[in-house]
Design a protein around this ligand. Structure first.
Ligand SMILES: NC(=O)c1ccc[n+]([C@@H]2O[C@H](COP(=O)([O-])OP(=O)(O)OC[C@H]3O[C@@H](n4cnc5c(N)ncnc54)[C@H](OP(=O)(O)O)[C@@H]3O)[C@@H](O)[C@H]2O)c1
Length: 344
């Protein structure tokens, strides 16, 4: 099903009770980016109760991060938690985060859940000069994912393979084309205030998330790393915090009537990040712990072309931002299997 509907399926999915995973994560190092609140906090709590060797909670606000760690420790009794600072809207902060991982003695990571994300109706630039949603949900997400590849590929676990899990969203089904493809550079066009359609921005960046996950999955050495994109469903969280009064009121009503508890959505993230079989999920989009077809646009020929353009533009941009990117891409990634289509 490359479409969002029908509504009855969506409602059924929303009400489904997701199985709580309790697998033992002994010997595994787990990183959650965007861990202080919402889905990231609840996923961190589940990971902590699964007894990993080490849990790293990466947050952009260390005061909130410290409170989140205390909360997870007090509710699970698990103590091996490190707090690291990261701000996806600041590429210098991402480089520092990677350095800090090494200085804390982290040499390998088994699972990364890139959960941090945001939406806003306002077009505002980050310190790096990118529109905030675009940098948080796509550019910063892509940068950290690539810089983490050496940590993942230093892991020797084979069952499951190390995994990078992106938090996608069902809102990608609302995107049937990307207008900015008419411009010479999609990312630069998305960064042009005059062209920006902010009400759609979140949907587009979540589509870029999916494109990036699929592109990355199609380039990693088969059997070395598993890459997936997970939809947690429509959940209560602080995601709507930047919305204006009217949309906020509508979203609050929708949340009250239709959302699932954050903890329930986080079970999908935990399943996709550490439990599901590599062979089944690699390069795929997961909804309610099941592989589902991405939107008709994403899987179309046109979507494939946009996916490749986005990958190329993103790598070119990231290589200018961080000199390590070219070496990482050359060392760890291949040409895509099947022209950027799903690797399996
Ligand atoms: N809630 C839903 O219905 C839903 C549905 C589908 C997908 N998602 C996705 O789920 C993920 C988590 O969202 P949520 O619903 O749990 O929202 P949330 O409660 O607002 O949590 C978002 C998390 O991302 C962090 N974050 C935001 N910008 C960041 C940045 N520049 N650098 C580092 N961290 C940053 C936030 O930190 P601060 O607290 O410091 O801002 C927070 O920890 C997002 O990727 C979202 O797109 C959510």
């Amino acid at each position: 099903m490359g479409k969002f509907g029908p509504a009855s399926k969506w409602l059924k999915d929303q009400r489904e009770v997701i199985k709580l995973e309790t697998t033992d994560l002994s010997g595994r190092v787990v990183l959650v980016i965007g861990a202080n609140v919402g889905l990231g906090l609840e996923a961190s709590r589940h990971f902590a109760s699964m007894n990993p060797e080490r849990l790293i909670m990466a947050c952009r606000n260390t005061t909130k991060g410290e409170a989140a760690i205390k909360d997870v420790q007090s509710t699970t009794g698990y103590a091996q938690i490190d707090l690291l600072h990261i701000d996806l809207t600041d590429s210098a902060s991402i480089s520092k985060f990677i350095e800090e991982l090494s200085s804390k003695g982290v040499t390998r990571i088994d699972t990364t859940l890139i959960n941090a994300g945001m939406m806003t109706p306002k077009f505002e630039l980050t310190v790096d000069g990118w529109e905030t949603t675009l940098q948080t949900n796509h550019i910063g997400t892509a940068l950290v994912a690539l810089l983490l590849l050496p940590f993942h590929l230093a892991t020797k676990h084979e069952d499951p393979f190390p995994r990078i899990a992106f938090v996608g969203s069902e809102v990608h089904y609302f995107v049937s084309k990307v207008e900015e493809t008419k411009q010479p550079n999609i990312l630069e066009a998305l960064n042009d205030k005059k062209l920006a359609r902010m009400p759609e921005r979140y949907y587009i960046t979540k589509t870029l998330n999916l494109f990036f996950a699929r592109s990355l999955a199609s380039r990693v050495q088969p059997g070395s790393l598993s890459v997936t994109a997970i939809n947690p469903g429509f959940c209560k969280s602080q995601l709507i915090r930047n919305e204006g009064v009217i949309k906020m009121a509508g979203l609050k009503l929708a949340t009250a009537l239709l959302s699932r508890p954050t903890e329930m959505g986080s079970r999908c993230l935990v399943h996709g990040a550490v439990i599901a079989s590599d062979e089944v999920v690699h390069g795929k989009y997961l909804n309610n712990c099941r592989v589902e077809e991405e939107s008709d646009f994403v899987i179309s020929e046109e979507g494939g072309r946009v996916q490749e353009r986005v990958w190329k533009e993103t790598i070119e941009l990231l290589a200018k931002i961080n000199p390590q990117i070219t070496g990482i891409v050359d060392k760890y990634l291949n040409q895509p299997n099947g022209n950027g289509k799903n690797p399996i």
